[in-house]
Design a protein around this ligand. Structure first.
Ligand SMILES: Nc1ncnc2c1ncn2[C@@H]1O[C@H](COP(=O)(O)OP(=O)(O)O)[C@@H](O)[C@H]1O
Ligand SMILES: Nc1ccn([C@@H]2O[C@H](COP(=O)(O)OP(=O)(O)O)[C@@H](O)[C@H]2O)c(=O)n1
Length: 220
């Protein structure tokens, strides 16, 4: 199953809940981009420098699991689970995401993880899953919400951060990211779920309803 959408649309939380409900694996592709951004910064480099990003990616022992109840991300032996959500990483991550060699490398990792998954299916979420990573997935969903609603949700998570600054950073990141892949418009055959007017349980239900319908259609 493939789920894309802009920052704060609910991809992670909704995908995780859906994976739990169905007994599927869950892959947060953004965490790999975030971990690489963390790794570049940890080496004292700048993510705006594509050559430095490529050099860091060539020595990037990232470890990601598919268990929806365990979001641990490691680079080598370092647990970066919390560090990759910090504003300094969010502010740097678009730099790594715009390097084509990096995208090709992480996409290979994602396909391998899914192919070797000990689950009947995996809910994979990101920006280009419905279009590039898994365009043949039986279920493809674009999860959206109005920009101000997404910013408010993200600000709610980052307690202690200034809400206006969080909103500005989120919109800036969406603008950079959408120059690389289009996750604001649904590709042909991709179902849109707009959660602007839905609460969290309603959004999960809306996604489960789409999955039920498409899997039914798929089985014929
Ligand atoms: N429909 C919804 N209504 C209210 N809050 C939501 C909804 N969907 C997600 N959230 C909350 O919004 C925040 C951002 O969601 P998240 O899953 O991290 O988004 P994304 O992975 O797309 O950036 C989380 O705190 C999540 O619990
Ligand atoms: N499939 C993906 C997933 C994430 N990304 C990049 O990784 C960053 C972090 O993704 P994320 O899903 O953790 O971001 P949020 O939506 O959770 O804020 C994005 O801002 C993109 O730059 C990407 O380019 N392609």
């Amino acid at each position: 199953m493939a789920i894309d959408g802009p920052a704060g649309s609910g991809k992670s939380s909704v995908s995780k809940a859906v994976a739990r409900a169905l007994g599927f694996g869950y892959l947060d592709t953004g965490s790999a981009y975030r971990a690489l951004a963390w790794h570049v910064l940890d080496r004292g480099a700048d993510t705006a420098d594509a050559d430095a990003v490529i050099a860091a990616a060539s020595d990037f022992p990232v470890r990601l699991g598919l268990d929806p109840d365990d979001r641990t991300v490691r680079v080598g032996d370092v647990d970066v689970t919390d560090a990759i959500r910090e504003p300094r990483v969010s502010g740097a991550v678009s730099g790594v995401a715009r390097v084509p060699e990096v995208r090709a490398q992480v996409n290979e990792l994602f396909r391998t993880l899914v192919a070797e998954a000990p689950y009947p299916a995996v809910v994979v979420e990101g920006r280009d899953i419905t279009t590039v990573v898994a365009p043949d997935a039986p279920v493809r969903i674009l999860l959206t919400a109005a920009p101000e609603v997404r910013a408010a949700r993200r600000a709610g998570e980052l307690a202690g951060e200034n809400a206006d600054a969080v909103a500005a950073a989120l919109h800036k990141r969406d603008a950079s990211d959408s120059a690389v892949v289009d996750f604001l418009n649904a590709a042909e055959g991709v179902e849109v779920v707009d959660s602007t007017e839905l609460d969290f349980p309603q959004t999960i239900d809306a996604v489960l309803t789409v999955i039920e319908r498409l899997r039914g259609a798929h089985r014929g």
